[in-house]
Design a binder for this molecule. Structure first.
Ligand code: URA
Length: 208
């Protein structure tokens, strides 16, 4: 099965999933959206009201801001695969609980394995915690780290700017640096592992 069909199958399984409480209150599951060969994947927290209505990620107020952030970074949003750590809306937008994260984790793992993105942007502290245990987002936001051949970039959640106006310029600054940061890290990777990078260039869509 090719990546597109595999992703469609994962999405189908997500829409049918009954593995946690969130399945009972959802209107629509939100598997994620974007190209199957995306070079960049962005992982948020969980669907909110509008996402639950439409079955699509980041379509509400924070989604509009995210679109603007990617556009300012000269990375078209439609080149990025956008998803969440949980695929169904937590009631009243509460934080996803441990067992919900666990139940949904296998879907996210399969999506990452299928898309095989070079870059993963985590949006917010819950998504960040998948890669940086016990880290503080205020300390590590905007700083990239290589993990198992992927560049992980922890970012503040776009909703943080809507709730704390002081963070708006911080988030905008982090995204403004994103393209340069990725380019520099790709160059560094090419210098240290030319074979690996060649393979990446032929198999992954580049947005540059
Ligand atoms: N917030 C998220 O974390 N994800 C969405 O899809 C929408 C809002």
């Amino acid at each position: 099965m090719d990546a597109e069909n595999t992703l469609a199958k994962i999405a189908e399984d997500i829409r049918r999933c009954q593995d946690c409480e969130l399945a009972h209150s959802r209107k629509n599951a939100v598997p994620g959206a974007g190209p199957a060969n995306a070079e960049i994947m962005a992982i948020g927290e969980g669907p909110g009201f509008h996402e639950n209505e439409q079955g699509l990620p980041f379509v509400g107020a924070s989604g509009k801001f995210l679109t603007q952030l990617f556009s300012n970074a000269e990375i078209p949003r439609e080149t990025v695969f956008i998803t969440n750590v949980v695929k169904c809306r937590p009631p009243n937008n509460r934080d996803p609980q441990e067992q919900e994260l666990k139940a949904c984790g296998a879907f996210l793992d399969k999506q990452i394995e299928t898309i095989n993105p070079l870059v993963i942007i985590t949006l917010g502290r819950i998504s960040m915690a998948r890669y940086f245990e016990n880290a503080r987002i205020s300390k590590i936001h905007g700083k990239a780290v290589w993990r198992d051949g992927r560049l992980i970039v922890p970012m503040y959640h776009p909703a943080a700017a809507l709730h704390q106006p002081k963070l708006r310029s911080v988030i905008m600054h982090d995204f403004a640096q994103l393209k340069d940061l990725i380019l520099k890290e790709k160059e560094r990777l090419a210098a240290t592992a030319p074979g690996k990078n060649k393979e990446d260039e032929t198999t992954q869509l580049s947005f540059f």
